[in-house]
Every structure is written in C-alpha cells, then in structure tokens.
Design a protein around this ligand. Structure first.
Ligand code: HEC
Ligand code: HEC
Length: 395
C-alpha cells in the first residue's frame, strides 16, 4: 500500500516534470489552445545558413539595435495570430498575411471583419528590418507607425482605438505573463502592444533563398535558365534591378533600406554601365515609388500620379496575385506586362520610355521563362516553414 502511494505521488510529480518541460499551454475558448515553447525561439540571432555573407551577418546586430528581444517577438507572434485583436474576434493579422503565402494573401483583395473587402492587395511581409517605406503608397515610415493602422482600420480589424484594444487585451488571461516577460511588468499599454508587434515584424528576416545560397557560392547551384534569367534581371535593357534593388529587391538606396543600413545595398552590385535611369522620382523624398504603366487611367492614385511602392521580390513565387490591385495571377503575366504591355502616359516612369514610346523588351519565350525561373529562386522555404513565425494557436 505504502509503495503504491509513494509511486503514485512520484508519478504525479513526474507528470508535472514532463509536462513542464514540454510546452506552455493556455486554453482559451473551448477548443482553442495557445502553445508556446518553454524556451523562447531565438529571433535575434537566428542562424541563417548563408550568413557567411558579411553584410547579412550584420542583421542580428541591426535587430538588437532596433530593440528586438526574444521575449518581445514571442509576445508579438501571439498578437499577430490572435483573432481577438479584431472587434468580432475573427480576424488576425495572419488572416491576410499567411505564412505559406510569404505572409501575403492568396486573394486579390482580403476579407476583413464583417466581410468587408480591402481596397488593395495584401502585401508580403519580409525583411521589414531593411525597409522603412511601408504600404503600397509608402505612407508608413516604419513598422511602429504601421502596426496600429490595420487594427483600427474599420475594414481590416475594426477596433475603435488602440486604447480600446489595450483594455480588451487586459481581459485575456494569457497576456499578463507574456507582457511581464517582454517588458518586465504585467502592465498592458498601447505602446507595448505596438512595440511587441513591431519586434515580431522586424524579426521576420528571410535570407535563405536559393539566390542567397547562390550568392555565396558563385551561383554554381543555378540552372542555365536561372542564370539567363539573372542576366536579364540585372541587364541594362530590362533594368529590373534598378528598381527592385539591393539585398531586399525593393526600393532604391536610402529609400526602402533604412538609413542605418547603408552598405547593405552593395550586396549585389549591378553590372558595369548599368543605367540608373534619369528617374525624376528617384530622390529619397519620394520614398521609392514608381508608376509602371499598368493603366492609362487609374482609379487608385497610390502615392500620387499612380505611383506605388517598389515592392520586394523576395518570396515572390508564393505571393500571387500581384500588383497593388492583385490584377496578375502569375509571374508569367507580370513578365509579359514588362515585356509588351506597359502603357505610355505622362506619369509613366522615365525608365520605361524609349524614343517617346513605352519600352518593350521583345523577349523570346525561353527568356521570359528564364526570368520567371530566376524570380522563383528568391523563395525562402525555411522562412515560410519556420516554427518561430508560425501560428501558436491550435484551432
Ligand atoms: C483584412 C486584411 C488585413 C489585415 C487583418 C491586416 N493586414 Fe496588413 N496589409 C493588408 C493590406 C491590404 C495591405 C496593403 C495596404 C495598403 O497599401 O494600403 C497591408 C500591408 C501591410 C504591411 C506593409 C508591408 C510592406 O512591405 O509595405 C505590413 C507590414 C502589414 N500589413 C502588417 C500587418 C499587421 C502587423 C497586421 C495586424 C496588426 C495586419 N497587417 C493586418 C491587409 C491586412
Ligand atoms: C521603374 C521601377 C521598376 C522597374 C524598372 C521594374 N519594376 Fe517591377 N514593380 C515596380 C513597382 C512600382 C511595382 C508595383 C506596381 C503596382 O502595384 O502598381 C512593381 C511590381 C512588380 C512585381 C509584383 C510584385 C508584387 O508583390 O505584387 C513583380 C514580380 C515585378 N515588379 C518584377 C519586375 C521585373 C521582372 C522587372 C524587370 C523586367 C521589373 N519589375 C522592373 C517598379 C519597377
């Protein structure tokens, strides 16, 4: 008898010991659990496989400098996936920014609360730490400025104010300990919500695509078609890389890349004789936007004069549909746009004007295919499968 009691007490403790080592589990609602690792993931010093690249290896330093901590990013991850951040408890950031789609949405327009539809295509989230010009019209200058906007936006998540949101979060029991770990006390405040979400966003670094790997091994893992596509992408004629530039394949120097990140743009210098274009919009004050001649008349003016942010091309094969209005379903269609469909008008970016006409590239079919194949090398499977960026709720 005595033996039985001792062993069941032992079993009891053993059970706690084992479950304690496993995961922290919170249950909210009947069938939704929040599951976090006992030991936080490492968001700051993530071991990018190809970080022998000197500039990429500076990213952890930049994350720390931006105030990213593992505890803060962990809280941000929970907030990002929590549908309770919306007024009707049905929409989270991740409803429109899906990990498997490179944190974009696979729909032309996204559905917000009350089934309302966003007026623009949801954007991929990748490397915001390298990007200070956010939204299709570049209206936000950093992630802090951005994150409070979708929550309050009446189409997207519908909360009346960040103050209302703080009050709501205070009533959700699993948050107090997470705020304590991230900020030292259980107090839930607007600026802490913004900071945690921003930390998570900044931690979303993607540097392990086939391209990244190739860049550190002289491109010897590229197929002939991918090499040809790369040649076209960086060529003076196609000029893709004059806009989709630098380590993030997005807006030019000092524009898309934060000023603290100077030097990163040297990651892949264009070829000799490369035409920067005489783009009158290319100044830093213009925030890395361009008009690429999608329409003669446009219903959405974007940044002004039909200019939109020059988006990153990282993970582009996962983020269809494309453009600010999601008009193109495939990369083939996008390439055909640049090849033959650019429309001439007064606001068209000067880089696309040649002899008073809209430029055509006249690419052969194999070259179009090569360009698409090159774009596909920018996909980072590790990023879209990383558990540290995944949904912590078991639904
Ligand atoms: C209902 C869909 C929806 C929800 C919910 C949503 N977003 Fe978005 N997100 C969008 C759309 C659409 C855009 C582009 C908006 C624009 O340009 O006007 C966007 C743009 C962004 C961008 C800009 C990316 C870039 O490179 O410029 C970031 C970052 C972002 N959202 C993060 C978030 C976060 C964080 C949340 C949650 C707090 C969130 N989003 C919630 C649809 C959504
Ligand atoms: C003058 C600057 C400029 C040049 C040159 C340029 N692009 Fe773009 N690109 C943009 C802008 C701006 C957008 C977004 C346009 C919009 O949505 O209205 C874009 C969008 C894209 C997209 C869709 C991105 C998304 O997330 O929806 C792809 C893919 C793309 N470009 C590839 C290319 C390729 C390939 C080339 C070369 C043939 C090229 N671009 C040349 C500025 C440029």
């Amino acid at each position: 008898m005595k033996y039985l009691i001792t062993s069941s007490i032992l079993m009891f403790f053993l059970f706690f010991l084992i479950s304690g080592c496993d995961k922290e589990i919170y249950v909210y609602k009947k069938d939704i659990e929040l599951k976090l690792p006992d030991q936080n993931f490492d968001y700051v010093n993530a071991n990018w496989n190809f970080s022998e690249n000197e500039e990429v290896s500076r990213v952890p330093e930049m994350l720390s400098a931006a105030g990213v901590t593992n505890e803060g990013a962990t809280l941000g991850r929970v907030l990002f996936y929590d549908t309770q951040l919306s007024i009707n408890n049905r929409i989270s950031c991740s409803s429109c920014h899906k990990q498997k789609n490179g944190f974009a949405d696979n729909k032309t327009f996204s559905v917000g609360f009350e089934e309302k539809i966003t007026p623009r295509n949801s954007m991929a989230i990748v490397n915001p730490v390298l990007n200070n010009s956010l939204f299709w019209d570049s209206r936000a200058n950093n992630v802090e400025e951005l994150v409070s906007q979708p929550i309050m936006n009446h189409i997207e998540m519908g909360m009346e104010s960040m103050a209302d949101l703080s009050k709501k979060i205070e009533t959700i029991y699993y948050y107090a300990p997470l705020f304590k770990k991230a900020f030292g006390s259980e107090e839930i405040k607007e600026d802490r919500i913004i900071s945690a979400l921003s930390q998570f966003l900044r931690s979303m670094v993607s540097m392990e695509s086939k391209f990244d790997k190739a860049a550190s091994n002289g491109f010897n893992n590229f197929t002939n078609s991918e090499l040809r596509g790369k040649e076209i992408f960086f060529s003076v004629e196609a000029n893709c890389s004059s806009c989709h530039k630098g380590i993030n394949f997005s807006a030019p120097d000092g524009v898309g890349a934060g000023s603290s990140l100077k030097g990163l743009d040297n990651f892949m210098l264009p070829e000799e004789g490369f035409d920067q274009g005489n783009n009158e919009y290319a100044g830093p004050e213009i925030k890395g936007t361009a008009n690429i001649g999608l329409d003669l008349k446009y219903s959405d003016n974007g940044f002004g004069k039909g200019q939109f942010k020059i988006p990153t091309l990282r993970n582009i094969n996962l983020t269809s549909p494309y453009m600010h209005d999601g008009r193109y379903a495939s990369l083939e269609e996008v390439v055909e746009h640049y090849n033959s469909k650019i429309k001439l008008h007064e606001n068209l970016d000067k880089k696309f004007v040649k002899n008073g006409k809209a430029k055509t590239l006249n690419l052969r079919d194999t070259d179009k295919k090569a360009l698409v194949n090159f774009l596909k090398t920018l996909t980072d499977e590790n990023f879209v499968n990383a558990e540290r960026f995944s949904d912590p709720f078991i639904r």
